[in-house]
Every structure is written in C-alpha cells, then in structure tokens.
Write a protein that binds this ligand. Structure first.
Ligand code: NAD
Length: 380
C-alpha cells in the first residue's frame, strides 16, 4: 500500500492504511497565496502541516514561524522526504517541473494554476499524474479555486442534467483593477505582482492567471470548446510618477494584461469571455451566464459564492430571475485531503489542468494570428 511504503510497517502503517493517521503536508513556495494553503490545512483535522520550502530562505523561515511549521526545508527533496502530500505555490514557470518531481516520488500533489506555461509541459505532467495514480494511488489536483463556490457546483449539476435545454449562448468575465494603482492589492512593482507582468518570468499574463479560472468555470458548466478567436493585449504600465512604462530596468513588462475571447463550443453554443487587470471599479469580479433553450443561469461572485440566479419554468416566459442560496460545498483543500484519506480521486484533477492549458494555448495561438479561428488542441 502507498502509505505503508512511505512509513514502514507496524501500528502507524496500519493507522495510515485506514486513513486515520495525520497526513503530513508540505508547501513549496511561501509567498502570498501560500498563506491561504497554510490556513486551510491548519483548519483541518488529520492534517500535519509539516514542512515548507522557498528559494527565498528568509521568506520560508518567516512563513514557518507565522504558521507554526516545524521544518524549513533546504530543498524540494527534503519536503518530499518528510511529507505525504505537497502544495506547489510558486510562480507559474515552476509548476510543471516541481509537480513532475513530486509525482515521480509518488507523493500526493495539489498544484496551483495554471498547471504549466506550455501545453507540452502540461501534457507531460498529466501523463505522469495518471501513471502515479496507477502505480502508487497518488491523488493529484489543481487549485482552480473558484470551484469552491457552491453556486458553481450547483450550476454544473443543473447543466449536466440538461435542465437548461440546449445551450446556445455563454458569457463570462474576470475583472481586476490592480494595474490602475487604485486597489488595496498592492502596487504592480511589488515583487509578488511584478513577475506576473513578465513572460521572461514564466507568466502567461492575464490569460494564464485569470483566464485560467474563467475558462474552467465556463467549460465546467457549458461543456468543451472546439475553437476560439482571441485577442490578447499588453498596455504600457503607469508608474507612481504617472509615466507610461513597457519595461522596468531590464525587465520587459510584456505579458498580456487584457484578453477578449470568442468561443465556439463542441455542443454548438457560442460564447464570449473577457479578462483584464485594468477594470477600474472591480477588485476581483467573476461573472458567468449560460443561456439554454429551456432556461438560463447566472453567477456573480461579487454577490456571494453561494448565490445562483436562475430563469426557468414559468419565469422563462417573463424573463424573470430568482436567486437561490446554495449550501456550502467542501473546498478544494478539503477535497484534496478527503481524497487522500478515501483514496478516491476528486476534481479538478491534473488532467483537467492540462485540458484548460489546451484552451489557453489555443487562445495564445489565435492572438498571434490576429484573432484567427483556432482549433483547441489535444490535451493528452
Ligand atoms: N488559485 C488561486 O485562486 C490563486 C490565487 C493567487 C495565486 N495563485 C497562484 O499561486 C502561485 C503563487 O502566487 P503568489 O501570489 O503566492 O506569488 P508570490 O510571488 O507571492 O509567491 C511565490 C513564492 O514562490 C517562491 N519561489 C519562486 N521560485 C521557487 C522555486 N523554484 N521553488 C520554491 N519557491 C519558489 C518565491 O520566492 C515566492 O516566495 C501562482 O502560480 C498563482 O497563479 C492562485
């Protein structure tokens, strides 16, 4: 058994094989999002937040102190050695290589989004995840965190049951404003934001950062996409003195910050999605609407993760909407740990991350050809 192999024989192994012993978790990358991982793991029973690692050792030590983590590792290998499961929370460029190593070691993986920066790498990680699951019973998930919304979970079920009829039209947006300098998120020249503006730092821009979530939600509810027409734009950034900047020293600020995408779904529906970091007035707004022949649904996460708007039945003829409050569903962190305990893989898994990467890749290729209709490639 996987856990017995990890921990040797005896009482401990027996407890672990029944899923009763603490699951030892490590965190790679101890920047801003890692705090959410640490807090969520800490809230859960049966989880021992054991180790952390960051290339910035000072940051790792401060993080360990803040979250009461006893082991500050000197390398990824050390985390792998002492933990059963690992969160990868580094900048995007490191997701694929770190995930591959963790999966190779047969350890459970929760990787931040996007899964990789190229489709080729995403496919490699997905293949390795499937192999690791077969060989070691490894659980692998990707932190498409807005799936935590109970309204999204309910919307997926409603659409899957065919209650919207044939889906014809979809629209969605993900809007932030931190490039306008008016938000409490922090200034774009801060290190935790700056890497997101540079392709040299492995950023795929707003497409990989926000588009990744948006395209996951849209396709989770409305189905797979066959082709896209996409335009990605990079505006000059405005510094504190009001000057327009396309570079900061030697760093080119070349990652896209605005995306406008048209979608043609495999089921024939059409859709429009857009994302930007220049949306004055929006801190972190995600909106999704799916219209079918029998009904429609809307989710506006600014109104709450649990609010699902529906127009169907008698309301349909009047164009009236009702709002349902959907009971909270488990977070991805909870589902990850539950999956390790029950040995049952949950969603969104690593292959889902690769599927979304295929969409991101098609959007990038389309944009390079001035918005030409582009087929979404294979993700396996
Ligand atoms: N799922 C979500 O809702 C969500 C939200 C925010 C961020 N994220 C994702 O989380 C990731 C991290 O974002 P962040 O805002 O925490 O960034 P950040 O810049 O604040 O932190 C990244 C940390 O990783 C460290 N690091 C860099 N390379 C490393 C390596 N090779 N090994 C170990 N550590 C390394 C850096 O020193 C830094 O401390 C990104 O991929 C981002 O897309 C996801």
């Amino acid at each position: 058994m996987y856990h017995q192999r990890q921990t040797g024989s005896g009482k401990q192994a027996t407890l672990e094989s029944r899923g009763m012993a603490n699951i030892k978790v490590g965190i790679i990358g101890t920047g801003s999002m890692a705090n959410t991982h640490a807090r969520r793991y800490r809230e859960m029973r049966g989880v021992d937040l054991r180790s952390c690692y960051d290339t910035d050792t000072k940051r790792a030590s401060a993080f360990a102190l803040q979250h009461k983590i006893e082991h500050v590792a000197a390398s990824l290998e050390e985390v792998i050695e002492v933990c059963d499961a690992t969160s990868v929370v580094t900048p995007d460029a490191f997701h694929a290589p770190l995930s591959l190593r963790i999966l190779e070691a047969g350890k459970h993986l929760l990787c931040e989004k996007p899964l990789a920066t190229t489709l080729k790498d995403a496919r490699r990680v997905a293949r390795r995840a499937i192999q690791a699951a077969q060989q070691h019973g490894t659980i692998h998930m990707i932190n498409l965190s807005y799936r935590d919304s109970s309204a999204v979970q309910e919307a997926m079920k409603i659409a899957a049951r065919g209650e919207l009829g044939e889906i014809r039209h979809v629209h969605g947006h993900y809007l932030q404003s931190w490039l306008t300098g008016t938000t409490s998120w922090g200034y774009w020249q801060d290190p935790n934001w700056l890497w997101r503006l540079q392709t040299a730092q492995g950023s795929t821009g707003v497409l990989g950062d926000l588009g990744c979530h948006l395209l996951d939600l849209v396709t989770a509810v409305a189905g797979d996409v066959a082709t896209v027409e996409s335009r990605l734009t990079t505006f000059p950034k405005i510094d504190r003195k009001g000057r327009q900047r396309t570079a900061l020293g030697t760093a080119r600020l070349d990652a896209n910050d605005t995306a406008a995408i048209q979608l043609k779904f495999a089921n024939g529906a059409v859709g429009v999605c857009h994302a930007t970091r220049w949306a004055t007035g929006h801190m972190n707004s995600i909106f999704l609407a799916v219209h079918g022949t029998e009904g429609a649904l809307r989710i506006d996460l600014d109104q709450g993760k649990d609010k699902l708007q529906l127009c169907r039945g008698r309301n349909k003829a009047m164009g009236r909407w009702s709002t349902r409050t959907i009971r909270t569903t488990p977070s991805i962190y909870q589902r990850f740990i539950r999956s390790i305990k029950t040995r049952r893989q949950d969603h969104p898994d690593v292959p889902r991350g690769a599927q979304i990467q295929a969409l991101l890749d098609a959007c990038q290729r389309s944009s390079q050809k001035n918005g030409k209709t582009t087929r979404v490639g294979r993700w396996m």
